[in-house]
Design a protein around this ligand. Structure first.
Ligand code: BGC
Length: 336
């Protein structure tokens, strides 16, 4: 009886083992085994950001599509840095100690290269995205994908210059504007602030800044700041420049709450070409925006990860995806 029981047990164990094996084989498409699974850690500076939400969804979709084709499977762990340096440092260090195969990192802080250095030292192939570290020497296994923020600022300036009176709605010879900035430590915020105005002054338009504050890329903050500026400067404000569309959405709410009308007595520009904003541009409730190509940048970032994983050398360390000026003429094209 004892012997029979142990034979039965042994048979059961064999079945159990075969069962486990089967499960493993089916875990990835195309019958991949766990050794075919590539682990990628994705660190986003903050989930609660309109543009970076689209961006991270595109990254996820890129690898989902690749996984669906079978073969090597990519397992993403996407974490929210909550715009906090300490939180993000811990998250990236965890990826490093877990030995992920590759990383995509959207830094909270670019003014200090400390975390980037830790990434370099780990030797893990990593693509930095969206926030460029100034004057940084990327190592053999790292690179950057973003966009040249100077261009987005230039396009904003051009959108205003292309309006009747070049933005000088009241015809007093000076374009009076307010500037709602993103996080001032980001190059995107710095360059958009500088180059939007530079385009006007380069074209001999006199300007006066009535108000400049940081809305930290955030819609609610944008709304608050513009409400307060409208309260202080009222009809003197002819142009509202916002470093991104999130803040421009907030600005639009305050503009209409103050009884002002975009295109008639005030102009409003943003950057990103969020669908909502393109619809507003089409409807005339926003003057223009600039396509910040979240899909193009996410695709370039994922392709760079694959190249680095394959051991290919990336010679162009800084990869800029072009911006596109968006006005009533082409807004339709960017409504998703
Ligand atoms: C985008 C902003 C976004 C920021 C995050 C910028 O390129 O235009 O909308 O908040 O990146 O770093």
């Amino acid at each position: 009886m004892k012997k029979l029981l142990s034979i039965l047990l042994a048979v059961l164990m064999v079945f159990a083992l075969v069962g486990c094996g089967k499960k493993d084989d089916n875990s990835g498409n195309g019958g991949s085994t766990s050794s075919d699974t590539v682990k990628i850690g994705v660190a986003i500076y903050q989930f609660d950001d309109n543009f970076m939400t689209l961006y991270r969804q595109n990254i996820q979709k890129y690898f989902d599509d690749l996984n669906a084709k079978g073969g090597t499977q990519y397992e993403l762990t996407i974490v929210d840095g909550a715009n906090d340096v300490a939180t993000q440092t811990e998250q990236v260090n965890t990826f490093i100690s877990q030995g992920v195969d590759a990383m995509i990192v959207n830094l909270v802080q670019t003014s200090s290269p400390a975390l980037a250095k830790a990434v370099e030292d780990s030797g893990i192939p990593t693509v930095f995205i969206n926030r460029e570290i100034a004057d940084y020497q990327y190592g053999p296994k790292t690179c950057y994908v973003g966009a040249d923020a100077r261009d987005s600022g230039t396009y904003q300036g051009q959108i205003i210059y292309d309006q009747p009176n070049h933005g000088d709605l009241n015809g007093d010879g000076v374009v009076k504007y307010i500037m709602i900035m993103g996080d001032p430590e980001n190059s995107d915020a710095k360059f958009r602030t500088e180059y939007s105005i530079k385009y006007l002054t380069d074209n001999n338009v006199a300007v006066e800044c009535l108000y400049q504050e940081t809305g930290m890329w955030d819609q609610a903050k944008g709304q608050e700041l513009v409400a307060s500026a409208l309260n202080s400067f009222g009809d003197d404000i002819e142009v509202v420049f916002c470093n991104n569309d999130g803040m421009a959405l907030g600005a639009a709410q305050s503009i209409s709450a103050a009884g002002r009308k975009v295109g008639e007595d005030i102009y409003l520009v943003g950057v990103d070409a969020l669908t909502e904003c393109c619809e507003m541009v089409k409807a005339g409730t926003m003057t223009g925006t600039v396509l910040n190509d979240d899909m193009g940048q996410a695709t370039a970032a994922c392709e760079s990860v694959l190249k680095l994983l394959a051991g290919e050398e990336i010679t162009q360390k800084v990869n800029y995806v072009p911006y596109v000026m968006v006005t009533t003429a082409n807004a339709d094209q960017y409504i998703k």
